[in-house]
Structure formats: structure tokens, C-alpha cells
Design a binder for this molecule. Sequence first.
Ligand code: WT7
Length: 700
Amino acid sequence: MEAPCSNLLHIQDSVTHDPVHAHPLLQDMDSYRKMYNESIKDGNAFWKRMAEELLTWFRPFERVCNVDLSDEDCAIPEDGCVSWFEGGRLNACYNAVDRHVINGRGKKVALLHEANEVGVCRKVTFETLLKCVSQVANALLSMSVRKGEVVTIYMPMIPETVYCMLGCARIGAVANLVFSGFSSSALATRLQSTRSRVLLTADRLNRGNRLVELMPVVKDALLVCPHVEYCVVYQNSDQSVPRDGLEIADQLTCQSHSSALSDLSNSMAGIVQNFHHLIFYDFTEWMGKERMYCPCEWMDSEDPLFVLYTSGSTGKPKGMIHTTGGYLVYASLTHKYLFKVREDDVYACMTDLGWITGHTYVVWGPLLNGTTTCMFESTPLYPNPCRYWDFVQRYKVNIFYTAPTAIRALMKYGESEVSKYDLSTLRVLGTVGEPISPSAWEWYYRVVGKGKCSIVDSYWMTESGGILLAPIPGVTPMKPGSCCLPFFGIKPALIDPNTGDELTSKGIKGVMCVSKPWPSMARGMHGDYKRFVCTYFEPYRRHFFTGDGAYLDKDGYFWITGRLDDVINVSGHRLSTAEIEASLASHGTCTDVAVIGIPHDIKGQSICAFCVPKRGYEFQENLTFELCQHVRRTIASMAMPDKLYLVPALPKTRSGKVMRRLLRKIAAFEFDSLGDISTLAEAEVIDQIISVVRRQGGHK
Ligand code: WT7
């Protein structure tokens, strides 16, 4: 990490009085402090007011939270069990779509989608969104999808994916999005652990120069998921007949032909086949035949809204559950305050829907607030590194939100690539996913924002549902590289990992925790409540454990120093070293494997693996390549090691624990500062590994 800079950036002071840059809801730091103090001192009153102001409730809630938030010292229950807005009934989709149409904003653009090719754009108004979502909801109902049932969505960045998310919410089904870059095994595990009957997917993923056929991936997953009854495929390619759909029919033993099949098999796009009890539909026809209105199912505040899998410190991904009332209140409030949204703004969060940022800040937050939200199907470097800036100029984007890894990648191409474009509409620039270095921050601020935009470095995670720490644009004086201060209702706590006590002085490092419940906390892990408690609430009693370390400076600003567990962050993607190790081990050719994250200029971290081949495999040609491919097949290409070293043994302590600290040093070529190696069982292993790394270093 670059040295924390202690100067507050006071540029905001000069722009807060400018009507264009002033925050519409908060005047200055005093108003922030006043509101923050209220949210902490009397959370009951604060959240009651917010929930009533922000959402339309079908039935009012009776109690704000199961923990009494009017008690300033209240903490998180030991079992992590919280409930918000109990007794209240509402529908997420109604709040995100219907009420804007009812309020006369039906003609406003809700979704602005740009496809992989520059300028290929679809605009979906709230009115149209209501119709499309209703059709999807009706189509799900016709497959007798019930309230509480999990529906798995494995789709690209297209409006149809949003129809599916909202359509599920409309009828009370629980959406389970699987990032479309995941492999068939990752998809299969997520289908299996949620026992999904329905899979909504597409035939192709268009991302930059890569056009990825999804059907072979889906087919492999379905082969091991006999519980899936329906597979609905959106045709995202220009081919009129998705070839692979028909191939699937050949490969899965075809039993009988349903009536649906005979209706649709002649149609150009229909890949409708029936094997066992699995039925394929063409997405457009599937929704197209339905009525354009579907009544909303009124949900209890604590009914689940979605489940989203994320990596943890063990090999098994965790399906985090988020519920309705609290999640929506927090998504709406954070989006409103932290992005300073105005009625006619164009807001662009450039992330995939398969991650939590896509859920909260592409879909739910902006749509609840009636904001025009952009969806971007391509990558920042396609067809050239000006893609983002062309996007901002073309759609007159006011608020732009991306990840530090993208900023670092674009910085490389220089300022001239940015200055060709008119970016004068921008007011707020957000970043998320990993710490942003002061130099990347400065570049974003000066080159992209021309020194006129606030940088919102937002710190949070899948489990928190929404942003925990960030500056309020136009209000909080910023510090490059710091995610600044807590949002309303968030009471951060830095804990001493050795004593478990809360650290109260400033200028210290500790474990980042949260000590009070907040509305959008995850409510559990799919099928494993024990692991939920054990991961987040047991490490530090009565606190939520984020997994990160942080530094609190003398001004009370937070600086996130990174993960404390075996989770690594590669280009903003959260990956588990244990999961990659499990994949390498399952290849069957190695006796021992260890995976570590090493610093990388653009990606933040890159993946480095050390594998000990079994006797007889040491000299197998291509073993390195095979192992990497195996990771790609079993997890995803983003999880493939950048470097994979075949070594004779791993450095272990006498009790058999792999000394990752040493591997990290060696992988970084820091051979001279290995530190204390006296606990090592076999010291000569180190020299052997060093010689392999020296020989192979720099190559895959
Ligand atoms: C982990 C969560 C929810 C955002 C997308 C990632 C890291 C996230 C920041 C930030 C420093 C950050 C943390 C966190 N992280 N934002 N602004 N500064 N680190 O969600 O995949 O659940 O990953 O991302 O390490 O624990 P996620």
C-alpha cells in the first residue's frame, strides 16, 4: 500500500456551494454528522423514517428491528440473527417499477443497455419494463414456480437478465444469479445446492473479442442436475438457430416429445426438446406468449429476495441470503446519498449483474429511486481503451462507478485517450472492489473528473448488501486512497486480533468489524446457518467480521488494508485460494498444492500456484498447462493461476502446515528476506523451490 496521505482534499469545500455540485439532501459535514449521530443514537426512529419515506409498503411494519436500536450500546446478537421491519409487507418489483409508472414516470428510461458493439443500444422505459417483467413473471408462474422457490439465472449483461431478477421478485421467487464467466461445474454446484427446477440462460456471451458459447457449458451442468425441469434460453447470438441446443438433445438421451416441443420445434429460434423431464424453451417465445400484466405477490419484509454465491476461506462457495425490506431500504438510501442522484441523471455502474454490486447498484438501488441505470455488456478495452469515455460522452453520463482494476488498466494508455472525449457531464465517480492506490485515485480524479468530481471510494462486500464506508460526494472532504467514513447506521469497530478487544484510539491498525445491525446484512447462508454464524459472528463476539484489516487515521478516516483470510482479489473478482487448491488437487496428478495471491500492477493480485506432482507425473509434458486448464474447467478462467510452479515439495512446519508466508516471498523474488525459517521441517526444500522459481519465473 502506498503511504496514507494525511491531507484532506478540500476541493469539495469550494464546490459544495456550487448548485451543480452541492448535495441535494445534505448541506455540509455538520448535517452529515447530525444525521449520522441520530442513526446511531436512535436507530429505531431513524430507520422507521427512512423505510417509510423510501418504500411503498402494502402493510406497515410493526417493529423496526429485533434488536432495540434506541439503546446506543446495542450490539449484534451472538447468533447473527436479525430481522428488520417485521410485520411489514411489500413487493420489491412494485417498488422498483410499478410505482414509477403510477407516478407518471412510465416514459422515463429505466434501463439503458449498450451491447458489445459500440453504440448498439437498447433503451427500456419503466412502462416497458413493467410489461416485460410481468411477462417473465407470468411465464414463471406457468411453470408453477412458487413463492420461496429458487430460480437460477446464468445470463449475460442484457436487459432480459433484469427482467428475470425483477420477475422473480414479483412472484416471490428467489433469484440466484450465477456470473456468466463461471464454468459448468461452478454452475452445477449452484444449481444443485439450491435444488433449482428452473434455469434461465442464454446461448452466447459477447464480451470484447470473445464470443463464448454458453450452451456447451449449460449442457455439462445439466447432465449432473437431474432436478432441473426447465431450461429457458435467450438467443443472444445472431444465428437464427442456436446449433448447440439441438446438440444437447442428441447427447442427453431423448425420451419423449412434449406438446410444447411439437409446437415450437419448427420455429427458427426454438431449441425446444424434451428429455427425461427437462424442457427447453426459447426465451423470447416463452415470455412473448404471456400477458403483459402480472399482479405482485406481497412479501413479508424478511422473505428472501435473492441468494448470491461468493467465495470464502474454504473450498466451498457460500450462498448468501438477502431478504426484502431491509435490503431494499438500505439499497435505496445508500444509492440516493452516495451517488447524489438527481431526477434526470444518467447513472452508470459498469459491473456485471452476477456480483453484488450489480444487484445493489445496477438494479435495485437505482430502480427503487427511479433512476436511469446503464448496463454495459462489453469490456473497458474493447474495441479500444476509449470505450468507457465514449460511453460517458455518448449517453451524457453523470455518475460513473467502476473498479480500481479498470482504472489501473486504462491509466496505462495515457491521458490523451481520455481527453479526446467530452466528459463534462460527470459529477460523481465511484470505485469499488479493492483498495484504490492514491496514484490511481489521483488519475481518476484529475484526468477523468477534471478535478471537478467527487470520488466515492465505497467499501463493502456481498455479505453487507450495500456500502458500509464511503465519502458523501460534495460533503465529505476526501483523502486519496481512503474510503473515509461510515454511512448512516453503520457503527464500525476496529478490533485487536490478539485480545479481541475494540481499539478505541486513532492511528492504529486492526480487524474491520461492524458492531450494530444494519438493514441489509445477509441473513444466512443457503443450507448452512452454522457456517454463517461461525464465519461472521464467532470470530469477534457480538460483532460482524468483514474479513478485512483496516487502519484508522488521526482524522477518523478508514483505510482498508486487504483481506485477512484466504480470499484473494483478482481484477476485482473475489476468489478463494482454498477453492483453487481443491480444484488443482482434484486433477489427481499432485500430492500437494498451495495457492497464494501475489501483488500485481493491474489486477491488484495475481494467482500463483505451487504443485507437487505425484511420482511418475513429474516429467509429464504439459502438466502445467493441463492443471491450469483444469482450474478453468472446474471454476472459471478468471481463477486460472498466472504462474504455476511444479516443485518437489512444499515448505511445511513440523506440524505439517504449509508456510505460505515463505511462498509469498519466493513468488515475489524476495529470496533474501525470507525471515525466520527455523520452524521449517525440511530446510532444503526452500532452495529447491527457489531454483524452480528462478528458472521459470516470468513464464506461465
Ligand atoms: C471484498 C468484498 C461489494 C463490492 C464488490 C466486491 C474488498 C471492496 C473495497 C474498497 C478496499 C474493498 C474487500 C471486501 N473491497 N470494496 N472500496 N476498498 N477493499 O464484493 O466480491 O463480496 O468482495 O472486496 O476486501 O471484503 P465482494
